[in-house]
Design a protein around this ligand. Structure first.
Ligand SMILES: NC(=O)c1ccc[n+]([C@@H]2O[C@H](COP(=O)([O-])OP(=O)(O)OC[C@H]3O[C@@H](n4cnc5c(N)ncnc54)[C@H](O)[C@@H]3O)[C@@H](O)[C@H]2O)c1
Ligand SMILES: [Zn+2]
Length: 249
């Protein structure tokens, strides 16, 4: 989806674009909002903002999707709950097996995700302010994807990244639901740890767009559904990465 969008935005200085996403992740996230990136010496370092003329989301396309791809999409679905809607988060945790088996229920979940994503995109199309909240867990996730040479897929990396962001939130903002989030991710079969050394993750995070100019801006949570954009020191990130990944061993 990203490559198609990037090509459409640059070929002949831009041609018409219709997105027809076929993965759950693309239906709930990547097809909406006009961000197109390709990986060059770091995740997503070349890209454009280019809105499609039309997005056609057909949940029946998911009937052939492998189960790992459902989990990748699920991580982004949980992200919407964590950053914006505590009830949606708990609803997904409780009902996921039923939702996955029923395309009508899945359609309602996709609609909810698109609604939340559009709320941010409509207010801040170019990612200069509130839209950055959608990057929850992603600075760490991009470092993990990069260091795993993309053997850890995006949703899995986002799952680990969100949990570390919850640990940082616990330290800085007194976030109380770290263990609830960890249990939820485990229950749904999403990863909460990886074998990559935490120092390497920290170093790779410095390459991320959001970490340029020597500061790491992160999306943290005061509580589930209450996000906050804050600058976090390398020291705190390092401690939390270590603590989170080691606690999880
Ligand atoms: N631009 C954005 O706003 C944005 C948002 C989130 C994620 N992303 C990016 O999206 C990328 C992941 O994209 P993706 O999750 O759509 O995966 P993908 O396009 O890599 O597809 C994953 C796999 O599923 C297969 N597949 C796709 N649809 C299928 C179907 N209906 N039935 C059977 N198999 C099917 C594909 O052939 C592929 O093997 C990541 O690189 C991530 O960074 C971008
Ligand atoms: Zn993502």
């Amino acid at each position: 989806m990203d490559v198609t969008g990037f090509v459409a935005s640059t070929f002949m200085r831009g041609i018409h674009l219709i997105n027809i996403p076929t993965t759950l992740l693309a239906q709930v996230d990547a097809s909406i909002g006009g961000k197109n990136s390709i990986d060059f010496e770091g995740k997503n370092l070349i890209g454009t903002f280019y809105q499609p003329d039309l997005v056609i989301i057909d949940p029946t396309l998911l009937s052939t999707l492998p189960s790992i791809e459902f989990k990748n999409g699920l991580a982004e679905i949980l992200k919407y709950g964590l950053i914006w809607d505590e009830r949606f988060f708990h609803f997904i945790i409780k009902n996921w097996p039923k939702i996955q088996k029923d395309l009508n229920k899945m359609e309602n979940v996709i609609k909810e995700c698109v609604k939340i994503k559009l709320h941010f995109v409509n207010k801040d199309e170019k990612d200069l302010g509130i839209r950055r909240i959608l990057n929850f867990g992603h600075t760490i996730a991009h470092a993990i994807e990069d260091l795993s040479n993309f053997s850890i897929p995006h949703g899995y990396a986002v799952s680990i990244g969100m949990l570390v962001a919850c640990k940082i939130s616990e330290k800085i903002l007194g976030f109380e639901e770290f263990l609830d989030v960890k249990k939820a991710l485990e229950k749904l079969g999403l990863p909460t740890k990886c074998e990559i050394n935490y120092n390497k993750i920290l170093k790779a995070m410095q390459k991320d767009k959001k970490a340029w100019y020597g500061k790491t801006t992160m999306i943290l949570l005061e509580k589930i559904g209450k996000p906050k954009i804050l600058e976090v020191s390398s020291n705190t990130i390092s401690k939390c990465l270590k603590e989170c990944l080691e606690v999880n061993k």
